[in-house]
Design a protein around this ligand. Structure first.
Ligand SMILES: [Zn+2]
Length: 254
């Protein structure tokens, strides 16, 4: 089954009520991120259903939260970790996309360090959102190296940066979504040149929408993977098999 390394089902429901049905029909296992209690509980309900494809529960504080004055619930976060209700911490990281986000750098740093420390303490993987902030990864390379896995969601760095991250000894995976369909040059090169054993694919549904669309849904995953298979001149089956194994390694511990 194809694996979606990053999505937000709770927000997808606002655009498309049959999203979970679509995921079942397409038989897509996914990693669902949440940053609030209400969002997490929604995802947890989905994950409890035995007749649906696997859903990996992730929780973390998004680096854009300080800019939107959203208060992180650390008590909930620590409870979810201690009660083993999540398998991965994220999405977290740094976002310096514009002046408004960059102005919150100090707060982003506090949020990130707190989550990184917990991930290290509980030996958990992290899923990172890094925009115009690749330099920060190298600042934290020692701690990141101690984590079982680090997923770079919608990786926007260059192939050279990806290789430098791997050379640091970080067990890094690089995930790509609809920017591939829009021919983002750096993403194309990464998908062509990085080993398949380091790649993942994602929708970031409902976000990262294609031109003219109002949202992204699970069906875009197949388009993304077909494009990647075409770029790499490999079969879709091989791509699905290896990226599923990567997903299972990170989120299912197998
Ligand atoms: Zn996201």
């Amino acid at each position: 089954m194809p694996s979606d390394a990053h999505c937000h089902p709770y927000y997808l429901k606002d655009f498309f009520s049959d999203y979970e049905q679509e995921r079942r029909i397409l038989n897509i296992q996914c990693a669902a991120s949440a940053f609030s209690g209400v969002e997490f509980l929604h995802n947890e309900e989905l994950a409890k259903k035995n007749d649906a494809p696997y859903l990996a529960l992730c929780f973390g504080f998004h680096p854009q939260m300080p800019a939107y004055n959203l208060v992180p619930d650390f008590e909930l976060f620590e409870a979810l970790v201690r009660e083993k209700r999540i398998v991965c911490i994220g999405e977290s990281g740094f976002d310096f996309f514009d002046k408004i986000f960059t102005a919150t750098e100090a707060l982003q740093q506090i949020l990130f360090e707190e989550q990184l420390n917990i991930a290290k303490q509980f030996t958990m993987p992290m899923l990172l959102h890094i925009r115009r902030a690749m330099h920060k990864i190298f600042v934290y390379r020692k701690k990141l190296r101690s984590l079982p896995a680090v997923v770079f969601h919608s990786f926007s760095g260059s192939v050279e940066e990806a290789k430098a991250i791997l050379r640091c000894g970080i067990n890094a995976y690089f995930s790509f979504g609809t920017p591939l369909l829009c021919n983002h040059k750096k993403a194309l090169r990464c998908v062509i040149e990085l080993p398949l054993e380091r790649l993942l694919f994602e929708t970031d549904a409902p976000y990262q929408k294609l031109n003219g669309a109002s949202f992204t849904s699970f069906k875009e995953l197949n388009k993304v993977m077909e494009k990647a298979a075409c770029l790499r001149e490999e079969s879709s089956e091989l791509l699905i098999n290896i990226t599923d194994a990567n997903f299972n390694n990170i989120f299912r511990g197998k």
